[in-house]
Every structure is written in C-alpha cells, then in structure tokens.
Design a protein around this ligand. Structure first.
Ligand code: ZN
Length: 142
C-alpha cells in the first residue's frame, strides 16, 4: 500500500476487512465494507509513535457517473465504477487513508512527558484560551 505507508510510522500491521456485496431493494449494486486495523502514526505533539485503531463501517453504492453519485440515497457513499477492473486492495487502501486523523496526537495523558513539560503542561491551554482576550485588549489600547 504505497500511498498509505508514507503516512505511517511503520508499515507493520494487518488490516481486517469484511465485505458484503449485494443488490439493494432498488436494484442498486452496493458494498458494505467493515474495516479494522491498528496503524502506527507519529504524534504531532511529541513526535513519538502512537497506535491508532481504525474501525470503520461504510456503505458504498456503485455508480457509473457523478450524476449517479448525486442521486444516491444518503446512507451510501459513492463508489465510482467506470467499467475498468477495480482492485479491492486499492479500495481498502483508500478507506484506510480516509480513516486517518488529519493531525495525529496522543490524548494528553499519553503524550510523552518530555513534550508536555516543554509545553508547560496544562498552563499551555490556559494561555491559548487567554490569548484572544489579550489580543482584544491590545486592539482597544491602540
Ligand atoms: Zn504524543
């Protein structure tokens, strides 16, 4: 999975996938995809590895065009099928990439102690909360 790996700290690990292919009541080809994996990301606060569990369930409705995608009932996400063979590995990789957090971060308690000390722990949150008001006060004084 060459597109996924650069986002990870390590390529180790496995993804478990459960797929059900079917046709719904309206005759639409649909795919239910349940994906579980634990990937290792780099925490953007302390730069240490963090395990990130993925557990995602998606209902994909097969469509042949953008217009078809717009007409899909709400519970589906569109899966564009233009007649070319489709590789399940690519689909799974797409879903894994979509499941990654934008900015990976440990929860506060789990972050490496060194990083929280350099940010002065909880004081940092207080400071950033106070900031907008400090800026307002400065504007008032000008
Ligand atoms: Zn961290």
């Amino acid at each position: 999975m060459a597109r996924l790996v650069p986002a990870l700290q390590s390529a180790a690990g496995e993804a478990e996938v459960d797929m059900v292919f079917g046709v719904d009541k309206e005759g639409r080809a649909a795919l239910s995809l349940h994906l579980t994996a634990t990937v290792t990301l780099i925490c953007q606060r302390c730069l240490e590895p963090m395990a990130y569990p993925i557990d995602t369930l998606r209902q994909l409705g097969v469509v042949g065009s953008e217009t078809g995608a717009e007409r899909l009932p709400e519970q589906y996400e569109p899966l564009l099928f233009a007649g070319e063979p489709m590789f399940l590995r690519d689909l799974i990789e797409d879903e894994l990439i979509l499941s990654l957090p934008l900015v990976p971060r440990h929860s506060d308690q789990r972050c490496a102690p060194a990083a929280s000390e350099s940010e002065e722990g909880t004081g940092d949150t207080d400071r950033s909360r106070a900031n907008p008001f400090a800026i307002l006060a400065e504007l008032k004084n000008q």
